[in-house]
Write a protein that binds this ligand. Structure first.
Ligand SMILES: Cc1ncc(COP(=O)(O)O)c(C=O)c1O
Length: 374
């Protein structure tokens, strides 16, 4: 049987990884400044992570959501402590798309409405409602297109109000910093205005923190910079450092009832252990501070290179915009300099999403390689 050929693959076969490095079968060492799509948060094969997940596996790897699972309670408590998001309820699932799908579904249950407002250039995943709220017609199948979604420009509060005043929208879903779309972020006035409009029209505000959450921006969640309180917060990627886990924080006004949401695998023992290990390392190694420090260092180095048109994003969710498509440059970085970076919908944007443990010497390696190729 052949694999369903949906991924354009680089001809590299990693077999081991450690910290910010990935090693292929020829023993070539690659500097990982992409973290497998922003997933590797505490670094590859972190000893705390390996120990916690291995020990959990040897005790109890999985049981379904029909029994008491104290690891879920521990995870919810640790998440409250590190995120400072008090008073939310936690629902666990397996991926970013699933987190958003459940968030949208909850908004519809809670408000009794069915339309969604999303933003141009958004990416929210590939499941039914999540993909319909994604601004990329190429990945929306006719079955998904049945969802009613309106797209407005990021930052356009007038357009938001024009849409919400029809009073048929259950949720506004937003990436505070757009990931795949190209790292655009609006102003605090916009995010606060959005929150107020959602309240005014009885619409839930969903912050999609799948990529920007779990410390990637130097705050636990990207929305925290803007001092807003979303009704639902979705997360995944960095949450498990590679173990599939996602989740949503749910405002207490949204009431649970048996069977309202559900999943077989979500919140299983191994997934909780993985995420608990991630939180432990984030705390013990002060990774949020590291993100801020290294982000500043990266931006200083980037500012010194005249070919870079703009530096986008914040924390370790960064992009370098050039005035040419970055495809060839990215290939040179991978095959000549052995450095993984990422692309975006904007063809001129090189994305940098390293593990949060990255150090100055790794940033130096990147800029030395970049300078040689520019
Ligand atoms: C902001 C955002 N939301 C949702 C998703 C979907 O996550 P997953 O691929 O885990 O389903 C992604 C993935 O790139 C993302 O960046």
């Amino acid at each position: 049987m052949s694999l369903f050929n949906v991924y354009p693959l680089f001809d590299i076969t990693p077999i081991t990884a450690k910290d910010v490095y990935v090693f292929d079968k020829e023993g070539i060492r690659y500097l990982d400044l992409y973290g497998g799509h922003a997933v590797i948060s505490i670094g590859h094969s972190h000893p705390v992570y390996v120990k916690k997940v291995s020990e959990q596996l040897s005790e109890l790897g999985f049981y379904s959501n029909a029994i008491q699972n104290p690891l879920q309670i521990e995870l919810s408590q640790k998440l409250t402590q590190l995120s400072s998001c008090e008073d939310y309820q936690l629902f666990l699932c397996n991926s970013g798309a699933e987190a958003n799908e459940n968030a949208l579904k909850l908004a519809s249950f809670h408000t009794g409405k069915k339309k969604v407002l999303a933003f141009k250039n958004s990416f929210h995943g590939r499941t039914s409602a999540a993909v319909a709220a994604t601004d990329n017609p190429k990945i929306v199948a006719p079955i998904n297109a049945q969802q009613e979604v309106e797209f407005v420009e990021l930052g356009d509060l007038v357009a938001v109000e024009n849409a919400l005043e029809k009073k048929d929208i259950c949720a506004v879903i937003i990436e505070v910093i757009q990931g795949v779309g190209g790292l655009d972020e609006s102003t605090t006035a916009f995010y606060q205005g959005l929150e107020q409009l959602c309240k005014k029209y009885h619409t839930l505000l969903i912050a999609d923190e799948v990529q920007s959450g779990f410390g990637r921006t130097g705050d636990f969640f990207a929305f925290q910079k803007h001092n807003i309180t979303p009704d639902v917060i979705s997360m995944a990627k960095g949450m498990g450092n590679g173990f599939p886990i996602g989740g949503i924080f749910i405002h207490p006004a949204i009431k649970a009832s048996f069977g309202l949401l559900g999943t077989t695998f979500g919140g299983n023992h191994l997934a909780c252990a993985a995420s608990l290990a991630v939180l432990k390392v984030i705390e013990e190694e002060s990774l949020l501070q590291n993100v801020k420090k290294l982000s500043q260092y990266f931006e200083e180095k980037a500012a010194a290179i005249s070919n870079i048109k703009s530096i986008k994003g914040r924390g370790l969710m960064l992009g370098l915009e050039f005035d040419f498509p970055i495809g060839a440059l990215r290939k040179k970085l991978i095959f000549k300099h052995h450095i993984f970076t990422g692309s975006a919908k904007n063809p001129n944007l090189l994305r940098i999403l390293p593990p949060l443990i990255v150090q100055k010497k790794h940033i130096d390696m990147f800029f030395e390689a970049l300078k040689k190729e520019l």
